[in-house]
Design a protein around this ligand. Sequence first.
Ligand code: BYC
Ligand code: FE
Ligand code: FE
Length: 475
Amino acid sequence: MATIDYTQQIPNNVNLADDRVLQRALSAWQPNFLEWWREMGPEGSTLHDVYLRTAVSVDPAGWATFDHVKMPDYRWGIFLNPAQADRTIGFGDHAGEAAWQDVPGEHRANLRRIIVTQGDTEPASIEQQRHLGNTAPSLYDLRNLFQINVEEGRHLWAMVYLLHRYFGRDGREEADALLERRSGDQDNPRILGAFNERTPDWLAFFMFTYFTDRDGKFQLNALTESGFDPLARTTKFMLTEEAHHMFVGESGVSRVIQRTCDVMNQLGTDDARTLRNAGVIDLGTIQRYLNFHYSVTIDLFGADQSSNAATFYSAGLKGRYEEGKRTDDHRLRGDTYRVLEVQDGRLVEKDVPLLNALNEVLRDDFIKDSIAGVERWNKVIAKAGLPMRLTVPHKGFNRQIGALSGVRVSPTGEVVSEAHWQAHQDQWLASDADRAFVASLMGRVSAPGQFAHWIAPPAVGINRQPIDFEYVRFN
Ligand code: BYC
Ligand code: FE
Ligand code: FE
């Protein structure tokens, strides 16, 4: 095996050059990662030169450098945000104690589970997005896809670092398993539901990066509160990259809406068939895609009542979103929270112990944040002078996890019969016909500065480059 110049090959701020044990573990894992990348990473892309941003340090001024690189040569680095001197745990039974620099024995299994679950989503998303490069609507979009893919790869590295560095032999086994599960595989699927769904087209991709990467934002924020300091610092740095993923989603959907509204005004129609014939995606289809991605994503927060969530919090492993800004006692014993429940076929509110409802608390924070962006999309429609609006569906709509998974709920929140659901689901969720139509629009646009007909160009380029910059060079 070729020896690795660690600082060169794996940029890091964890003293990798001096850590022989970690070097050994990583030098065994790295070739497997690269093999996985070639097999499951962006299809047919290994020779392209892509204008990528690479993290080479965590300094606010200098962490990002831009250059054309081939993705297999991307330097997946290991970065933790700088340590905060004398950091203490901010919540749970250990509140006020010094943050842990090592894994406390009694919390080892739970911490490993959280890290593995987090780590599993990263390669899963790359697998889900594997074919999208073939149908990118522009070089600008193609580059953004690849940027997200390499960064999700780095997020995998971030979790693998923790497993190798702090969890010994079982950590190494878990790190190997992260390269063995496959999104959507019958026998060995990814851990969480949304990460086994397909992301077959670019509207799905933009919805995924808007909604599902936002789950990343909220989960990672909760983990930045962790009493296990290396996890807190790692996730803090990951969040700087997450912002770009959500930007790609929000601006992507926004550009699709912009284009549709332009054509609606040109043709003076809101008729879906006419708009489809004109080669743009009607707002109804956009709403049904939104309904799908929103509902599978809110499932990612877990069951509304969860003893795991209570344990993770009380043990100091996983906090709430912006724990430090909250003014309660950060222990939450005796507090309650309102959740929805099904009683006699109806949704009713019920107070339950807050500690058990922490998944729901995080889900509600996510929902607020998601709605804000949907309102920004609505501004695009309003600005075009059109009356339609997009909305997020009811929280109970299309749920597979938690108390609401037992009932059929319409997008507006009525509990409906199975027969009613079956009769209406094609109006509520992206149907096979919707997906076939969107698929029919997909096709690679590879000339600099050109954009597919169904999407408006972005307002500005990347890193102050012009929009017609050659963001990807095909080789
Ligand atoms: N699908 O007690 P519960 C990201 C399981 S996204 C399938 O509620 P808990 C990214 C659950 O495992 C951020 N299964 O569970 C975004 C449990 O199984 P067992 C990812 C599910 O533990 C885009 C059972 O149901 N990070 O970074 O309280 C691109 C009972 O549930 C699902 C994290 O999630 C589901 N949706 O909560 C790239 C953070 N939901 O034990 C990347 C780490 C639940 O009965 N993970 N189950 O076999 C966690 O904090 C928790 O594991 C969860 C689940 C919040 C996910
Ligand atoms: Fe990620
Ligand atoms: Fe992400």
